[in-house]
Each structure stands twice: as C-alpha cells, then as structure tokens.
Design a protein around this ligand. Structure first.
Ligand code: MG
Length: 431
C-alpha cells in the first residue's frame, strides 16, 4: 500500500467512525442486576450493585453500602428493585433516578437512598464506558487538577495529636482533622469513674462541659506549636446541646478553623441560624442527611459553610451535582463525607463530582488495605494530600465479583455500638 492510498483509507475510516458516532448508539436495556455483599477480606459491610446490559460485556458498578443496614439493602435490591429495573434503558439516568425514587411512593428512606445512589453511579459508569470517557468528562470536565483531601489525626493527649498532625503536614496534607481520643473524645468520663446512679450505666460517659473545656485548649496548643498555615478541622459528632454548640463555636473562633463539623444532631439544625449570628467559625453539616428538606434550607439561608452529605446516601452523582449547583448559587462549599466504613466506589463517585464543581471545598479521605485494592482494581490513590483516579472510562473501578463474594458480610455485633453514646445518668446522647 503506497502512502497516498494509506492516507485515503485512514480518512475513510475516520469519516465512518464519525458517521457512526453522529448516528448515536443502539438502544440499551438492563438485562440483569446483581447485589454483591462483601466484608472485603476485612471487617467492612459493603454492598455493591452491578447493572448488566444488553451490550455484551457492558456493565456498571455502584455503591449501596450502609454499615448499619446491609442485609436489608441486599434483600431490597433483589426483591424490590430488580423487577422494576429489568428491561429499562440505562441511558436514561435522570428518568430512572426519578422513577426509582417514587417507585416506593414514600421516599428518603436510608435503604432506598443507598440503592438509588448505587443505581445512579452504575448508570454513569455504563454511560462513561460507552462514551469511552471518564465520568468527570461527561459532567462538564475538570475545573481542578486533582482533589484535595483532609487527613484524620487523633491521639490520646495534645502532644500525641500535635505529632500526628505534624506527620500529615510532612506528607503534604494542607488540611488535617484533629480529634483527641476518638469518637466523642475530649468529653468522656472514663468507665466506672465519677458519681454514677446505683446499679446504673457504668460505661464511658459523655459530658458536654468537659468537652467544651478540653477541645478548644487542644486547638490552642496545636496552633501554638504548628503555626497558622495548616488548615484545621474538627468533628463534634453531634453530641452538644444547642446552647453548648453556640458556646463551642464561639470558643473555637481564635483558632481559625477550616471548619467545625456536625456541631448539632440533625433534629436541631434550626439552631445554625443562631450560631451564624454570633461567630465566624465555619460550620460543616450533613453526613446524616437523607432528605433535601434537611440540606436545602441550610444552604439557601447560608447558615452552614460546607455541606457534608455522603454521596451514596443522598442519591449518587446526579444528586451530588445538583446539591453542588445549589451551593454555588449561595456561596456554600462541598465536603462530601467518607469515613472508615465507606467503600472505594463511593469515594470515586465523589471524586468525579469533586473534579467538576466550582463549589468544591474539600473531600474527606479514606484509605484502604492492600486486599481492597486487589478486590477493587482502580481504587483511587491518595498521595500528598490529593486523591487521584485513573482516567479510565466510566468510574474507573471494578469489583472482582467472585473474589468479593468469598468474603461474606459478618453478622451485626449484638448490643450497643458507637452510635449509642450515653451520659452519666445513662440517658442517650444523640449522634
Ligand atoms: Mg463526621
């Protein structure tokens, strides 16, 4: 073949490719739906959704993980949702989202939101694979080069916390969350200590006044030792009374926080109006939210600075992109929640949204052991305070289904969990 003939043939191929693309692709159908529950070779309670299509080899993956309700999610996918989805066109993401959301008539249940989110991620994955593009390209393309993440530093006392924050700074992290003594830490009276009711609760107990005393002092020391540059975050885990929350926000003001997270339980979110009036400490809220009725007023009234929803709990990529748009209009920023119980598919869904939204604030980090990277090839990489995907079409991640199913879900531990913190008199302190 001479050079001229070769060039003509190449041109013909290009024209044919273009004509085929411009005609659109043949209509797809959902042919099979699988729930993949797994503890992933560790202690996770993850449920992945796999949507298979009429195009051989084309499928999508989504995250339906919910550490507290995994068995209910598996059953609901199989019994309730699969019959509704089979035969539908997976290209119609928005319509499938909307119709799935009202299929149960009642909406905003946690289980339904997890499944809706997983469906949405899987459909975006399919569309990306079909287009030969990563999902972030379909969402409008990158507005940043990588996704900044914040690390989790903890310690038994201020010196240990400071050392751990410093280590993350040395690794390149610009944002670090600092806690002291884990969940509720800084405000716990040790088990068996203090004046207790006879024959009553004897476990580790939360006390708001102790918390208000210890945590601002911790941050005073962090700033004194580590200087003004590091961006500091702290998670209250919702344990304060409304006036305690107002007081705490004021006491944290001198330490110029990047944000204080979940200062109130979701039942008391109207109090954010009060907090905003008396302090400039930035507020982040929303990892417990499941309904737009919770986050829309906080964003539109500008009473929070960061919205913290979990992408797999509020409706997936489609919902997160809409929330980010609302945030952009009202000057609020995003800080999608991750947390140790979360999975790599949800993390990547958040990543694709993060890359494309002007209202991005920060992304919570989550790192996984090597066994998870083996089970889920394409799991995002964390390097120097940034999150990196692989640029492959779709979400860029897969689940080795057979290997994952070899690690079944573990039965729920009986009795109380970290969600049921109690005070000295044995009464519940709501998360
Ligand atoms: Mg939190």
């Amino acid at each position: 073949m001479n050079r001229r003939h070769f060039a003509q043939t190449a041109l013909l191929f290009a024209a044919e490719r273009y004509a085929r693309a411009a005609r659109g692709l043949p209509e797809l159908k959902i042919t099979e739906v699988r729930a993949i529950p797994t503890s992933a070779g560790a202690n996770y309670s993850w449920v992945f959704l796999k949507i298979l299509t009429s195009e051989p080899g084309l499928y999508g993956i989504g995250s339906a993980s919910n550490i507290n309700e995994a068995p209910a999610i598996v059953t609901a996918i199989k019994e309730q949702y699969t019959p509704f989805w089979i035969g539908k066109n997976p290209d119609r993401i928005e319509d499938l989202w909307q119709s799935t959301n009202v299929r149960t008539y009642w909406r905003n249940s946690t289980v339904q939101n997890n499944i809706l989110s997983a469906l949405d991620m899987a459909l975006w994955d399919i569309k990306g694979k079909r287009a030969g593009m990563p999902v972030y390209e379909l969402l409008g393309g990158k507005v940043r080069d990588a996704v900044p993440i914040y690390a989790h530093a903890d310690g038994r006392d201020p010196n240990e916390v400071i050392e751990n924050v410093r280590q993350y700074m040395d690794e390149g992290y610009r944002h670090v969350r600092a806690q002291m003594g884990g969940y509720g830490g800084g405000g716990m009276i040790p088990a068996g200590k203090g004046s207790r009711p006879a024959a009553g609760f004897n476990g580790s107990a939360f006390d708001e006044d102790i918390y208000l005393e210890h945590i601002p002092k911790l941050f005073e020391q962090i700033r004194a030792k580590l200087g003004p540059e590091v961006k500091l975050l702290h998670d209250v885990h919702e344990h304060l009374t409304p006036t305690g929350a107002v007081e705490f926000a004021k006491r944290m003001e001198p330490y110029r926080m990047f944000f204080v997270e979940d200062i109130l339980p979701p039942e008391q979110i109207d109090w954010f109006r009060r907090i905003k009036q008396v302090t400039t400490t930035p507020m982040a809220m929303g990892e417990l939210f499941t309904s737009p009725r919770e986050y829309v007023p906080l964003i539109s009234e500008r009473t929070i600075d960061f919205v913290r929803c979990r992408v797999s709990q509020i409706g997936g990529i489609t919902a997160a992109k809409k929330i980010a748009g609302l945030c952009e209009d009202f000057g609020v920023r995003t800080a999608w929640q991750e947390g140790g119980d979360n999975d790599p598919v949800n993390q990547l869904a958040a990543y694709h949204v993060d890359l494309t939204i002007p209202s991005f604030g920060i992304q919570e980090e989550n790192h996984f052991p090597p066994v998870v990277h083996d089970l889920l090839p394409g799991t995002a990489q964390l390097r120097g305070g940034y999150l990196y995907g692989n640029g492959e079409p779709g979400l860029g991640i897969d689940v080795k289904e057979e290997a994952a199913l070899k690690y079944p879900l573990k039965p729920l531990r009986p009795g109380d969990s970290w969600t049921t913190v109690r005070g000295m008199d044995g009464s519940l302190v709501k998360p």
